[in-house]
Design a protein around this ligand. Structure first.
Ligand SMILES: Nc1ncnc2c1ncn2[C@@H]1O[C@H](COP(=O)(O)OP(=O)(O)OP(=O)(O)O)[C@@H](O)[C@H]1O
Ligand SMILES: [Mg+2]
Length: 325
């Protein structure tokens, strides 16, 4: 059987029940609302959207680090929601997550060597472990002489390199990188993004690359999904999204990117996203973006827009906006 997508979400929702004194009894917060997402093997899918829109939840649900509420999560064509925890443990080595803060991802009181040994020991693969660890260090551009030092002796960029080495140590297929360069100095960010690209080639990885920063997303992605309040509102190839964004929200995000001097075509009037993000527990009916949209029409307030393909079957461009054409 051929499996077209390495990972896939089908109509996935994730509900958190939240209790706040001013809303009375627990109310559902849809961190994900009927999300469909397909991640082709060997690609990098960028996931972008502002804080709280559900990016990390989506990444964790894909790896079953957090359970989803409804819908199906597939990995290599298999519904991972139905796997036992033992079966899931076997699958874990093929899917890894890299987080924003490299220091808190490592054990502070253990040497880098001990931190890197951990996955090999957990998965009972200690043959030639020391050689593999030295090779990993050189793969991520670090001197193996650092191995007996501690995480706090490293810079943020070096520390993230160790986290990346640990994530690829058991040769996974799929990596979710959640804001993995956001905490780094701008000058280091480019080098770490470059490392992600090199390792993708070397280990034939597939990435879900989560960032609120469209400039980062543009550097690494083959496809981009734009999220807004738990929903994907636009989905297409990276080239198509950056050349011709359809959703008013994506257009605003793009206009808010600091304009590189080499992209005078982006030199448009700057808009900021006015009006507050609606409370995700008390979403108004209709399009969730309506309150902030400059193109809003009366019918936008009544009906939630579905994702429609405004591209072609070969080069799809999905957008959830009544007004986009
Ligand atoms: N454990 C939890 N309990 C209750 N609500 C949660 C929980 N985790 C996340 N949420 C809520 O779910 C929504 C999505 O959160 P999530 O962390 O996935 O967003 P995000 O896009 O990753 O944000 P950021 O860019 O700040 O990392 C938010 O409204 C958040 O408050
Ligand atoms: Mg997050």
């Amino acid at each position: 059987m051929t499996v077209p997508f390495l990972a896939e979400l089908r109509q996935v929702s994730k509900i958190f029940w939240v209790e706040k004194p001013w809303i009375g009894k627990a109310k559902p917060l849809y961190a994900l609302r009927e999300v469909n997402l397909q991640i082709p093997k060997g690609s990098t899918v960028g996931l972008v959207g502002e804080s709280g829109c559900g990016k990390s939840t989506l990444g964790k649900v894909l790896l079953r680090l957090t359970p989803h509420s409804t819908g199906s999560v597939l990995f290599r064509g298999e519904d991972i929601g139905s796997l036992s925890s033992r079966q899931m443990r076997g699958l874990r080595r093929h899917m890894q997550m890299i987080f924003q803060d490299p220091y808190s991802s490592l054990h502070p009181k253990r040497t880098l060597r001990q931190n890197l040994q951990e996955p090999f020991i957990i998965h009972n693969e200690t043959d030639q472990m020391q050689e593999k660890i030295r090779e990993l260090m050189s793969d991520v551009g670090l001197d193996p002489d650092l191995l007996d030092g501690y995480p706090h002796e490293l810079s943020g960029g070096q520390c993230q390199r160790i986290c990346i080495a640990r994530a690829v140590s058991l040769r996974p297929d799929f990596i979710v990188a959640d804001e993995s360069v956001s905490a780094l100095d701008v000058s280091i960010r480019g080098q770490i993004l470059q490392l992600f690209l090199e390792l993708k080639k070397k280990y034939q990885l597939t990435y879900l690359f989560i960032s609120h920063d469209l400039a980062v997303i543009e550097t690494v992605s083959d496809f981009v999904a734009v999220m807004y309040l738990g929903q994907i509102v636009e989905w297409t190839s990276a080239s198509q999204l950056f050349a011709n964004p359809f959703h008013p929200y994506t257009q605003l995000l793009l206009e808010a990117i600091p304009i590189p001097v080499f992209r005078p075509d982006r030199r448009k009037r700057h808009h900021s996203i006015e009006a507050e993000l609606p409370d995700p527990v008390r979403l108004p009916p209709g399009c969730p973006f309506a309150a902030r949209c400059s193109k809003v029409k009366p019918h936008c307030l009544e009906k939630v827009p579905e994702l429609r393909n405004l591209g072609t079957p070969e080069t799809p461009h999905y957008v959830a906006c009544h007004e986009a054409s």
